[in-house]
Design a protein around this ligand. Structure first.
Ligand SMILES: Cc1cc2nc3c(=O)[nH]c(=O)nc-3n(C[C@H](O)[C@H](O)[C@H](O)COP(=O)(O)OP(=O)(O)OC[C@H]3O[C@@H](n4cnc5c(N)ncnc54)[C@H](O)[C@@H]3O)c2cc1C
Length: 303
């Protein structure tokens, strides 16, 4: 089985998520070839075939042009799967490639499942298992769902040239609004999840964060409900953090949250459900009512 992995550059640098494509291919037990629209200055340590197009000529984001490059590599490589990260780049480009090849597209793969794939559904509350009904398929993988693998070695480069123009002009990136809190630098983060119950209880979680001299984090439902500002959100659509201590209060451990915090050195989860998925990555799972346990812990820490 062969995969063509399509990595991603941002402002001239290879994105780390590219290595998760190798994690996916590793779990599939598949051979790999890699395609990058990037530059010689930032190439991954990878000992296989690398189809390389120059981002200076092709732009970092011109999906119709990039589609042609992917199709050229597909013709040369004849892969069973063409794999993207489920990023704004991947979810724009992948369907164009699938439509051009007239093959199945499976989006936001979270895990492999018995000859097929698990994908999220019902706002990621459930998973469904699907299999491509075509011999070849285009797949996007959820960020954080597969381990980042650094294959090592030096690539055999096959250069691809941009052929023709694009209907999309890439204008540039716009920096996100300045955040009032930089969770990326925090050594201790105490995060509030939906399990805290109501907005008024945020102060209880914030008090524990303050007692530790840390920062307040939050899961997405807490932010969506307007209980906490988005700048505190941890996860794929929030910040990626790696503190020394991460305390998850009433957070179930959905993959989009885990993607943002699983690199924390030590993870404590407080959850009334002993089978909550966050228990799988937590160093300590405290099975308790968060609104009883956290004030007691805060009082101890503050002493
Ligand atoms: C495209 C996309 C992007 C997303 N991006 C993000 C993201 O960046 N960050 C993010 O967090 N999510 C994100 N999500 C949402 C994600 O899928 C989950 O829905 C979310 O993480 C769940 O948040 P939660 O754990 O706080 O809530 P829930 O999943 O509802 O879990 C609540 C937990 O609290 C526990 N609980 C309830 N009451 C108590 C109590 N009294 N004491 C102790 N425990 C209690 C429950 O047992 C449960 O485990 C995204 C989803 C999608 C589709």
């Amino acid at each position: 089985m062969k995969t063509l992995l399509v990595g991603e550059y941002r402002e001239g640098k290879l994105l780390d998520s590219t290595y998760e494509l190798f994690g996916f291919a590793g779990q599939m037990g598949a051979e790999t070839a890699l395609l990058l629209v990037g530059s010689d200055a930032h190439l991954p340590a990878y000992g296989g075939t690398l189809y390389l197009a120059d981002a200076a000529a092709c732009g970092e984001y011109r999906p119709d042009l990039h589609k042609k490059l992917v199709l050229e590599a597909v013709q040369k490589e004849n892969p069973d799967y063409i794999v993207f990260v489920h990023s704004s780049y991947g979810w724009d480009l992948a369907p164009r490639v699938a439509a051009a090849l007239k093959v199945a597209q499976i989006s936001e793969v979270m895990a492999l499942a018995d000859g097929g794939f698990e994908v999220g559904c019902c706002n990621a509350k459930m998973r469904r298992s699907v299999k491509p009904a075509t011999n070849r398929a285009v797949v996007t993988i959820q960020a954080g769902a597969f381990p980042a693998l650094q294959p090592g070695g030096s690539p055999t480069i096959q250069r691809l040239a941009a052929d023709g123009g694009s209907t999309v002009e890439f204008v540039g990136y716009e920096a996100a609004e300045k955040k009032d809190v930089d969770l990326g630098k925090a050594e201790i983060i105490v995060s509030a999840g939906r399990g805290i119950g109501k907005k008024d209880n945020v102060s209880v979680i914030a008090a524990l964060a303050a007692a530790f001299g840390g920062e307040l984090g939050a899961s997405r439902p807490v932010v969506d409900a307007g209980w906490v500002e988005h700048s505190h959100q941890v996860g794929t659509t929030g910040q990626t953090v790696s503190p020394k201590l991460y305390i998850a209060c009433g957070i179930s451990g959905a993959i989009q949250h885990l993607a943002g915090m699983k690199k924390s050195d030590f993870i404590v989860a407080i959850n009334k459900d002993k089978d909550a998925p966050i228990g799988e990555i937590a160093d300590v799972l405290v099975v308790a009512d968060v609104m009883q346990f956290v004030p007691a812990l805060t009082a101890k820490v503050a002493k």
